[in-house]
Design a protein around this ligand. Sequence first.
Ligand code: SF4
Length: 382
Amino acid sequence: MGFSLYAHIPYCHAKCPYCDFNSYAASSWPEDRYVDALIAELSSRAESGPWKNQPVATIFFGGGTPSLFRPESIGRVIDAAAHRFGIEDDAEITLEANPGTIDDAKLAGLRAAGVNRISFGAQSFNNATLKLLGRIHSADQTRAAARAAHRAGFERLNLDLIFAVPGQSLEEVRSDIEAAAELEPDHISAYNLTFEEGTAFFADLKGGKIRQLSSDDQAAMYAAVREELPRRGFPMYEISNYAPPGHEARHNLTYWRAESYLGIGAGAHSYARNGAGGRRWWNERAPSRYIERALSRGVAEAGAETIDEKTAAGEFVFLNLRLREGFASADFERRFGRDFDSVFGARAAPLLESGLLIRSADRIRLSDRGLELADAVFAEFV
Ligand code: SF4
């Protein structure tokens, strides 16, 4: 069985005010050295861990803005992964792209390098909302980018949308979905805007410069998203993700199923399962430190934690509950050697009784109401 590889590219043209990812506004970046560092890390990680002697099943270039890099640079990482691990024939290789950084030549280059899935941060098709979100692209640029991706032969195309933006109306959310579906992606992600500490939006919220939508308005928007996307051929398969069967993001399924993944690059996290527990580690966040460490030592770990069986069991439950299909209690038992009820029966009982969780045919999953209160449900298993 192959494993999932994540490669983080931390540079962006500008920092969006809502973004709490490990990303940095830059007008230039040490691209070749950064790729050298990614490859050095990849090589040293190939020597141990659950991915030793395993082929790569999925690669995800996330950021930041990976589309700022030249296709040849992305190709160097893919080639290194092929050389060190081997890549499965039907591997899913995704690259996140900002619609304002793409043209036909770049898309053709990425396709030639081996990328077979593009994920555009569309966010909205309303230019005023895009401006508020600090995006560097217009709605028309997203439309042009999606058409160019189809022209370049990308059959797998994701569009990210954000809803519950200050000032946004329910009507605007519905029209964003319509505009996104018209571009014929095979996958749509729709995220509820959050105000994370440390972001410009968080400071604006505290300073009274922007106002968050009421929780009722946010819930109504989420309900509209859950209604509109399936109606347009995109069933919900995860709390924020919608795709026809067979078009789910395989890379992300690795995270939600609590499987091992190797993350390389500045600030990247990794999880190496070891029996029922595992080890998690994370890299130096600052790109310059990451480069220096990875090039000199092969690894750039800034911290690590051992995940004991009890913690791993909780993570397994709340990650799998993100999926519409939930999980089979038989799978829980297979991994942890214990029956779900003997570990979590007492915590699950009130959630099942109140109807936030549903149990049928050996599977446990969130109900529609559970989806809306997902964070409170997850907290019971932490
Ligand atoms: S482009 Fe993406 S990663 Fe970069 S700052 Fe904006 S939201 Fe964050």
